[in-house]
Structure formats: C-alpha cells, structure tokens
Design a protein around this ligand. Sequence first.
Ligand code: GTP
Ligand code: MG
Length: 376
Amino acid sequence: MVSISVIVPTFNEGPNVAPLVARLAAIESVAEVVFVDDSTDDTPGEIERVAATATVPVRLLHREIPTGGLGGAVLQGFDVATSDVCVVMDGDLQHPPEVIAQLVARFEQGDADIVVASRYAGEGSAAGLAGFTRLAVSRGSTLLTKAMFPRRLYGCSDPMTGFFLVDLNRIDRSVLRPQGFKILLEILARHTLRIAEVSFDFAGRNAGESKASVRQGIRFLRQLSSLRFGKMPAFALVGGIGAVVNVLIVWALTAVDIGYIWAAIVAAEATIIGNFLILDRYVFAEMKADASPFWRRFGQSFVFNNVEAAVRIPVMAVLVESWHISAAVATAATLAVAFVVRFVFHSLVVYRPRAAPATAAASTTAQSEPIRSARA
Ligand SMILES: Nc1nc2c(ncn2[C@@H]2O[C@H](COP(=O)(O)OP(=O)(O)OP(=O)(O)O)[C@@H](O)[C@H]2O)c(=O)[nH]1
Ligand SMILES: [Mg+2]
C-alpha cells in the first residue's frame, strides 16, 4: 500500500481547513497533510488549531515571501514532503478528498508516473467552474495548450487541473519554473511522463473567495512563453513564409499576363501544398511515425485549408455588412481565428497518434518537444 503526502496550497482558506482535514483523515493511504500557506489572514492559526486534534499528521509551512505563487507553494511542499508520492489538491473542497483513493488505486497499477484527476475525462464535470465565460476560457485554453504540446499532453484531458498524484522520483524539480496556477502543466510540458487519468466532478467552492483573476490569466501567458509556446511559433513561421510566397506567386503570374483570379487560385493552392510539406517535414516530424499515413494527412490538411478559405470570406462579409466592422479589422480577426483553428486542427487531428505514442510510455528522459531550450 502506497502512503502519500497531500500538498495543499492555501491562501485565505480558514473556514475550509477543518472539513478538509476531517475528510482527508478518513482516507487510508494519506500519511500526512502539508499546508503550504501564503495567507494574509488567520488561516495559519486555524491550521495549527486543526492540527492539534487531527487524527492524521498535519504540517504547516507558512511562507512570508510567496515566491512563484500557488505553483511555487506546491514545489516547496514537494521539498518537505516525507513521501515520494504526493497528491496536490486545492484547499477549498472543490477537489473531493475521496477521489484520492481512486488516484492511489490507479497509481498502484504501476504503469503511470502521474495520475491526473480530470474534470473533462469520462464522467467528470467542470460544473463547479463559475459561469459560461470561465468554462469557455478553461476549455479553449486547454485545447490550445494541448495543441502546443501534443505529445507530452497526449492522454491528459485536463492539464490545467490542480488535482493530481505525482511520483517525485519521476520528475526533475530543478527544471520547473512555476508562475502561478498551472503547476501540472509545468510538470507535464517539461517531462515525458506516463500519464493516467481518473475523472471527477469539480465541485463548487465550499467557502471563501476565488483567487482566479485576469492577473492569473496574464501569468498563464507568461508561463506559456517560458515554455516557448511549444509547437506554435514554428507553425506560425511556416504560415508567415507561406503568405509571403503567396504574394510573390501572384505577382509573378500577373506579370506574365495571367488573370489575377487565376493567379490567386494557383498561388493559394501552391502555398497550401508547400506549407503542408514543410510542416510535415519539420514541425511535426517526430509525430509522423505514430500518425495516419502521408496521403491521409495531406488530404486532411488540404481539405481543411480550402474549406477555411471558402468559409472565411463569407464570414468576413457578414462582419463588414451586418456588424459594420471595418474590412481591415474583419480581415485581421478572421485570419487570427483561422490561424488558431488551423493550428489546433493540425496538431490534434492531422497528427493525432493512432495509438498511444511509443515514447510517451517509454521514458522520462526523451525530449521530443522543442522544450529543451527552455531548460537553460
Ligand atoms: N499558497 C498559495 N495558495 C494559493 C495561492 N493562490 C491560490 N491558492 C490556493 O490554491 C487553491 C486554488 O485557488 P482557487 O482560488 O480555489 O482557484 P480556482 O479554484 O481556480 O477558483 P474558484 O473556482 O473560484 O475556487 C486554493 O486552495 C487557494 O487557497 C497563492 O498565491 N499561494
Ligand atoms: Mg477553487
């Protein structure tokens, strides 16, 4: 039976401490609960009061200088944990402690380095996310992030969750650069781990206030930039070069008296094909072996790009005619949306592994995504 340290980052969660500890104490495999606290109120006092009578060891690490925010707190929790197998969870009871038994059971099967409690797998639900906007932001950013790290996040439907079990022996903590909320993403994007999942229902917050904010969103963008946005920059570069080539072809063909409509069509198709060949050769090189055959990848990419071009013009017309947006802004907006959709489609659909990618299950040292540079 594995015994685990539960790491709970807290910021002003006083009223949630007692019910959380009571529910954790009832779980057999829990060896200790480590609160890593950055509170500005009496939460540390409350943790000490609860610890005095708890039936499970409760430890408190109060940080005067809250380096790295929530993610930094989790890392410091790892440093003081007595067990090598840790569960990270929120302190507001949005993560039901009873799910820990399932995380441990899944880990004990022996084929995973990390077990993620997912809101988006199987029976899970994100109903506890307040409001349509937050749900949409959560879903959208998850999809885009998965497209940036298609191999390392393969098999993880919820890389943004704050509820997971990790075997510390399988990760190199010195490469982690936590900034804010997304510590799991930081771990997954910088290692090649065997990921397993357990689904759960994300509850509403028990008591107290949310710390999620626009500021956290900005920190998330900073985190993505320190992870170098995975595959996205290379994908964008190929698209940018394609656009320039497109213009050059139109210029050359019209110079030899070919009508501009025909010139535009030839240029568009030539760049769609050329872009695909470059993406396939360089950007998604290491994913080809596991993906569908060449002609199928080509077909999907070709059809997608033609449909996209065909749909974008009428959408632009609607924006300009009915919404009275200027043509330039409408062009920029539709191009930006098309870029994101194209990127997600290629990364997650065209190059989707037909089975679990071989390396994902093999080792923690293989560095197949362009993340190595971020280690410096
Ligand atoms: N140590 C530490 N813990 C934090 C910090 N910010 C948030 N937390 C804790 O991290 C957990 C997640 O924060 P929440 O505010 O619940 O974030 P959320 O679940 O996205 O937002 P809600 O849905 O509104 O609850 C909670 O246990 C917080 O107390 C921080 O800066 N330092
Ligand atoms: Mg919460």
